[in-house]
Structures are given as C-alpha cells and as structure tokens.
Write a protein that binds this ligand. Structure first.
Ligand code: NAP
Length: 248
C-alpha cells in the first residue's frame, strides 16, 4: 500500500515482537531494513530470513542502544555501507515491573538507559544525514501507560512518557529540515514482553479494552509504516495510539 522503495530503515530491537513485525512490514513496503538486536542473534537472523524469504531486503546489526559509543560506531558503519538512513524506529525497550517500594536504583538506571537514553543516542546518530537529505522519519515506541499510568509500572511508564516529550521536542527542532518525528503508543500487545503476565492480569486488561482483546504486533507495525511513508508527511509531533480503545 505505502511505497518505501529506495529507503533505508533501522529498527532497534527488530529481532523480536513489535520490532520484528515492524521490520517485516517496512521491508514489505520496499525499504531495506537494518534489524538491530542486543543479544538474541538467532531471533535477529530469523527476522532477516523471514524478510528475505518474502523477497525483501534486510541485514542484522548488533548493538546495545544504551551504549552511546556502540550506537555511534554501528550507525556510522551502516551509513558507510548504505549512504543513508531515512527511517529510524526507536523500538528497543525493556520493562522491569515493580511496585515503587521494590524499585532498585539498578532497575531505574537500566530502564532509563535503554528506553530513553537509547532513543536519544540513535536519533542523534541518524539526524545529521537526515538533515543533509532534507528528509527523515523518526518513530518512537511509547506505550498506553505513558498516558494512563499503571500500578507496578511507574518507572516503565515514566520512561515511555519521556519519549513523548522527546518526540514533541524533536518534531519542533527538525520540522524545517523535512524530518518528521512521531510516537506510536501501543496498548497491550502479544509479545515476549507480555507473555509472563498472569492470566488474571491478562483478563483484567482484556476487560478494560473496548475491542475485547490484546493487540497483535502487526497492528502496531501498520501504524509505523504509515508514519514512515510519504503520505504521512504532514504529521509530526503526534502520538498514534494503537490500544483497542483502552485509553481514549
Ligand atoms: P520484546 O518482545 O521484549 O522485544 C524487545 C526487543 O528489544 C528485542 O528485540 C530486544 O533485543 C531489544 N532490546 C532490548 N534491549 C535492547 C538494547 N539495550 N539494545 C538493543 N536492543 C534491545 O518487546 P516488545 O513487546 O516487542 O516491545 C517493543 C517496544 O514496544 C518496546 O519499546 C516496548 O516498551 C513497547 N511496547 C510494548 C508493548 C507490549 O504490550 N508488548 C506495549 C506498549 C509498548 P534481543 O532480542 O537481542 O534481546
């Protein structure tokens, strides 16, 4: 439907879950996709295989988004290979769910380092070539809980709310350079991240969701592809909510 032929995209955390579905969907639209992962090389290879088997183009690239030197080096190497990065999807994220009284300094630091710092490092590494080309798309994966809050997810939801501030500020900072910056805020989506939720908690989520089910990674990926497209060129600084009506 949307044509991304000739575009180079990087999806952080593209090895699994929403990142994998997004990598596949961007490749289906014609982009060459750099599938980033941190440690699960088998899963990243599988994402690349799924894309190539469907006739798309992809390669995997390992780096920890929380390590600024590694981000910088890997993105420079990717730029040297491909000449450009047109689309950055800041998808890599972790969730360490704890009540406030159990949150450790390490949990806080790890969550922030991956979810917030990682998005800043990747945007910083990609922005200059996008500015030169006067075209770019940055899409940050936030969450429904950034806006609704959730007991047991204070640190995670704060990190996802930080991404909304980042999105709105970068949108203003780079609009004049032809770069749009938007967020996608999923509700509860069927991935490894939600796989360990106890059945009662899952039922509670379904009961709070007007569409009566949790979401599929492909349903989030579709919103990312739209925001990456030429057709979304007049949308910037926005939050696209893919949450089954859980938060309206
Ligand atoms: P997931 O299944 O747990 O996958 C997480 C992905 O992030 C993996 O590919 C993982 O790589 C990668 N990753 C984690 N830390 C990284 C790091 N430091 N550097 C590079 N890659 C890293 O997660 P998901 O459910 O697909 O979630 C994807 C995004 O959507 C996250 O930002 C999450 O917060 C957000 N989100 C998810 C939901 C949901 O219900 N699932 C709801 C709202 C928002 P490895 O494979 O190498 O470990």
């Amino acid at each position: 439907m949307f044509d991304l032929a000739g575009k180079i995209a990087i999806v952080t955390g593209g090895s699994r879950g929403i990142g994998r579905a997004t990598s596949i969907a961007l490749a289906q639209a014609g982009a060459l996709v750099l599938v980033n992962y941190r440690s699960n090389e088998d899963a990243a290879r599988e994402t690349v295989r799924l894309i190539e088997d469907a006739g798309g183009k992809a390669e995997f690239v390992a780096f920890d988004v929380a390590d600024p030197d590694s981000v910088d080096r890997s993105i420079k190497e990717a730029l040297a290979r491909h000449g450009q990065i047109d689309i950055l999807v800041n998808n890599a994220g972790i969730s360490i769910d704890q009540l406030l009284l159990r949150v450790s300094a390490k949990d806080l630091e790890m969550t922030w380092a991956t979810n917030v710092n990682g998005a800043v490092y990747c945007a910083k590494a990609c922005i200059r070539p996008m500015m030169k080309k006067r075209w770019g798309r940055i899409i940050n994966l936030s969450s429904v809980v950034a806006e609704s809050g959730n007991a047991g997810q204070a640190v995670y939801s704060a990190s996802k709310a930080a991404l909304l501030g980042l999105t709105r500020s970068l949108a203003r900072e780079y609009a004049s350079r032809g770069i749009t910056v938007n967020a996608v805020a999923p509700g509860f989506i069927e991935t490894d991240m939600t796989a360990d939720l106890p059945p009662a908690a899952m039922q509670g989520i379904v009961d709070q969701t007007p569409l009566g089910r949790i979401g599929r990674p492909e349903e989030v990926a579709a919103a990312v592809v739209f925001l990456a497209s030429e057709e979304a060129g007049y949308i910037t600084g926005q939050v696209v909510r893919v949450n089954g009506g859980m938060h309206v």
